[in-house]
Design a binder for this molecule. Structure first.
Ligand code: NAD
Length: 304
């Protein structure tokens, strides 16, 4: 299992994950995206629409792919602007990847779920791994359905598809239209000394994870031995919980003065429906998950 195809490889997660997989030297990496890269990449790249099944199949066969990291999705905030488009991209691409994998005997798939799969009634301070889930965004609905489909394809075809239920991801790369994008935006504003207007209220607490911890988690999960547990779960993982005000205070304390205003918009309602912290004990016991970054070390790394 060492010939990897990544979809959505130019996005916030894909950019870092593709590089980490390539650097580990165990893998051949074929990055794909609907956009073209704005700089030369060290690994192979193909510009392709993941919804074009024929083109995707051609890439899988011609590059002898045996593992797929399927990252393409319309994220939470963007999805609410056109739920039909978001459903089509998120679910149709999932189905394409599952069908390709079953048809061409792909060994393993990684597909990220999200805390958006929880719903309003689960805005808890410690969301359990298993709960009644009633998501209130089309993005969350698509992630929950994906989790169910993972299990279905495992039971019906033995498809080895693994998942992590990610909280907000912190990195310096441009975020793709999610509800936690304010973190990256605020850090960039602080670095430039520019004023920032936050689209969430000051005390909105959400779980977060630093990109380096995401990469470790994904690589750890994907190389874990195949045990029956893997089929059923999109494992909760998280680093630390954060509010906009705590982030702003930390940046100010680090010597980055910038003016901050709050103007909560439609994303406030989305954030209010998500959990504030997660129980990630199953990931810890099943495959050894443990975050390395807290807010202080994450910010130091980002600002460096
Ligand atoms: P992103 O929006 O930054 O990147 C998505 C990439 O997909 C983009 O580069 C885009 O060009 C590409 N794309 C869009 N439509 C395409 C198509 N039709 N064909 C091929 N490529 C297409 O997203 P991200 O933040 O990197 O998220 C990656 C995955 O992680 C998603 O499944 C997302 O749901 C999940 N996730 C992300 C976060 C987060 O905070 N970033 C949190 C939870 C889960």
């Amino acid at each position: 299992m060492n010939r990897i195809l990544i979809t959505g490889a130019l996005g916030q997660l894909g950019t870092v994950l593709a590089k980490a997989l390539y650097m580990s030297e165990n893998y051949y990496v074929l990055a794909t995206d609907i956009r073209s890269p704005n700089q030369k990449l060290p690994y192979d790249f193909a510009q392709v629409d993941v919804l074009d099944y024929g083109q995707m199949e051609h890439l899988v066969v011609s590059h002898k792919i045996d593992c797929i990291y399927h990252l393409v999705a319309t994220l939470s905030a963007k999805g609410e602007q056109d739920p039909f488009m978001a459903w089509n991209l998120n679910m149709q691409s999932f189905q394409h990847i599952a069908k390709l994998a079953i048809t061409h005997k792909i060994n393993r798939i990684f597909w990220p779920s999200s805390i958006a799969a929880y719903g309003e009634d689960k805005n808890s301070s410690f969301a359990p791994q298993n709960a009644d889930m009633n998501p209130t965004t089309i993005y969350g609905v698509s992630k929950l359905v994906g989790e169910k489909l993972m299990n279905y394809y495992y039971l019906k075809y033995g498809l080895d598809i693994r998942s992590i239920r990610l909280p907000g991801v912190l990195s310096m790369d441009e975020p793709g239209g999610g509800t936690t994008d304010y973190v990256v935006e605020m850090v960039h504003a602080a670095l430039k000394g520019q004023p920032y207007t936050c689209f969430l209220a000051a005390d909105t607490e959400l779980p977060m994870i630093y990109i380096n911890d995401v990469v470790s988690a994904v690589m750890q999960l994907m190389s874990a031995p195949h045990v029956p547990l893997h089929r059923a779960f999109a494992y909760n993982v998280m680093g630390f919980s954060l509010t906009p005000q705590v982030l702003a205070d930390a940046l100010h304390k680090k010597g980055y003065p910038f003016a901050l205003n709050y103007a909560p918009d439609y994303r406030q309602k989305i954030a209010a429906s998500w959990p504030r912290t997660l129980d990630d004990s199953l990931a810890r016991s099943a495959w050894g998950w443990a975050p390395k970054y807290d807010l202080a070390s994450c910010l130091s790394d980002m600002l460096d």
